[in-house]
Design a protein around this ligand. Structure first.
Ligand code: HEC
Length: 136
């Protein structure tokens, strides 16, 4: 009985990922416009950065510690999809999109409850790597 169950889980994860990627492709059409500074700030401050002093915890931190609701996880997914349309002036767009794609893939895995996806998300959400390469 174990195998068919595993196959089903994998199929479900793949379906979820495919759906999310067709959304991501549609999204790319708006890429030329780039991302507003306000949205970027919201993504970084609400999505990525926890602030101990203010007692706020980012969506990312809640997802990786397993306390985020499904709605919050979807909200973070929308953020990482938006992140991709930011135009970098430092580093190449190709490298940047590689980084945001990794975030989208990992988040698709989290939503599909795929094994190892939380670790993949932690790895993809490397603040320093992305900031050093692409933040002015
Ligand atoms: C995939 C790339 C990427 C990752 C990963 C990333 N950031 Fe950022 N972040 C950026 C870019 C690009 C900017 C500069 C945005 C601008 O000013 O246009 C930025 C800006 C910020 C800002 C300033 C926002 C503002 O405008 O006030 C904060 C705070 C921040 N990041 C926190 C974090 C934290 C914390 C993490 C990790 C948990 C993280 N970021 C991960 C790309 C990334």
């Amino acid at each position: 009985m174990k195998k068919p169950l595993l196959a089903l889980t994998v199929a479900a994860a793949v379906t979820a990922t495919t759906t999310i990627f067709s959304v991501a492709d549609d999204h790319k059409e708006g890429e030329k416009k780039g991302l507003s500074h306000e949205r970027m700030e919201e993504i970084m401050k609400v999505g990525f950065k926890s602030d101990k002093r203010k007692g706020t915890k980012s969506l990312l931190d809640r997802i990786t510690e397993g306390t985020a609701t499904k709605k919050e996880s979807k909200q973070f997914m929308a953020m990482v999809l938006d992140l991709e349309s930011h135009h970098v002036e430092k580093g190449t767009q190709e490298d940047y999109v590689g980084k945001t794609d990794a975030l989208v893939y990992a988040m698709a895995g989290v939503l599909a409850q795929k094994d190892g996806s939380v670790d993949a998300l932690k790895k993809a959400a490397n603040c320093k790597a992305c900031h050093e390469a692409h933040r002015e």
